[in-house]
Design a protein. Structure first.
Length: 213
């Protein structure tokens, strides 16, 4: 979804990385603990160097929720991640997404009407309460594979236990073993589940429920 965002002043657009670094460093020093910068694993190194915490969308949202002392939370990720952090933080905290057009193609695949239509169709052919929809990522590079694994929810507790560097190193070694064995680097993930109503208990029109993420 395209979202309008005001144009940045020319001095920012035309600034060098060194100049931006000086300004960002000065802002961090001035605000101290009132500022929390969150960096998603997928961000570039020049962004991640300023992050106070890094992780996947779920882990970073939990970090935001735990930091009640932060007045300003800058979420270097995509739109739905900042929205999740905004829900979990207090009313006196401000969550900032640097680029309002930073979206997720999967999050934008269906609006609420399309989800409800899919819900109705599922309810006519199934009587199960939940359907898990698998999604498989495939990678060509062991390091990209390792960072993708690190960005998933199940990896959060492992990274907390052993540290991100150790997790990435172990994942890279595992990926290299797969490559040597001629196996594809695939990461199956249950992206979304739908709670389907049973056909016998279809509600009247207008009483439709939203799918559970």
């Amino acid at each position: 979804m395209f979202r309008l965002q005001g144009a940045l002043p020319e001095r920012y657009v035309n600034a060098t990385l060194d100049e931006l670094g000086v300004w960002i460093g000065a802002a961090k020093a001035a605000l101290g603990s009132r500022l929390l910068i969150l960096g998603h694993h997928y961000q570039r190194d020049e962004v991640m160097r300023w992050a106070d915490a890094r992780g996947d969308s779920f882990g970073l949202s939990r970090t935001a929720a735990d930091r009640r002392d932060a007045d300003y939370i800058v979420f270097c990720g995509v739109h739905f991640m900042a929205e999740a952090a905004d829900i979990l933080t207090g009313p006196d905290q401000r969550v900032i997404l640097p680029d309002l057009n930073a979206g997720c193609s999967m999050a934008d695949m269906a609006d609420i009407d399309a989800v409800e239509d899919a819900w109705e169709s599922l309810a006519t052919v199934t009587d199960v309460e939940r359907i898990d929809v698998p999604f498989v990522f495939e990678f060509a590079d062991p390091e990209v594979y390792a960072r993708a694994l690190a960005s998933t929810g199940p990896a959060f507790e492992a990274i907390e236990a052993v540290g991100e560097a150790s997790f990435i190193q172990a994942a890279v070694e595992l990926a290299r073993e797969k490559v040597r064995a001629g196996l594809p680097l695939r990461a199956p993930i249950a992206v979304v589940g739908y709670l389907a109503r049973k056909p016998a208990s279809r509600p009247a029109a207008g009483n439709r429920h939203a799918a559970t993420p």
